[in-house]
Design a protein around this ligand. Sequence first.
Ligand code: 4AZ
Length: 246
Amino acid sequence: IFGGLKVPPGAAPWQVSLQMRSKNSNNPFRHTCGGVLIESCWVLTAGHCIVQMKDMQVVVGGLSLNMEDSTEQTLKVEEAILHENYRESPAAVYNDIALLRLKGTDGVCANETQFVKTACLPNAQLPDGMECTISGWGATEDSQFGSNHLLEANVMLISQEKCTEPEVYGRVLTSSMFCAGHLQGGVDSCQGDSGGPLTCNQNNVKVIYGLVSWGDQCGRKNKPGVYTRVTHFLDWIKSKTQAASP
Ligand code: 4AZ
């Protein structure tokens, strides 16, 4: 996150750190992407986060990556479901969404606490210009390796009309994506934040409106972050999560 501040305990209880097994024996799992807990056994993330991931684990309820928080829960992944129409091109990533089914017993995987809660899904489009919040452990203006503490920043929803202008992203932006940020630059998501949440207030409830997906670098003028439009995938999410639960 560029231009962010530390997230206070319990303020982003659906935030997930998606971690991949690494060769470093001191730290056998490495933070790779963000994600969002949407049900006790389901995490929503970006498709590009799981395309080449084998051995993963999910951590919820933690704020710091370099020490084990007493509030965190570590879960194993039973199944990763990538969107059938996931595509990468040099210009953009399409249908950049995936679901992770967690390992648990009797339909309980993550346990709800003050620090671990599921996020609500949106049920309508939200207005351009609305202020929303992004969070993650990704690269910052000071470190390309990311932040040890979870950071958050406020960004504005940018109209499709503005974001498809040639000086922004032009026609590579599709209706299943949207832009959010600050066109003057400075505040943005970045590498390592991918798959993590963009939350907005809808009727006084925070909903997961976007997933960090891509962008032309980070924090640059006229190059806001691009997010997977969660409302576009509600039927897909429903079909996958309902098919696998009893
Ligand atoms: C990335 O490389 C990435 N500024 C993620 C988000 C953004 C740019 C790049 C948005 O994963």
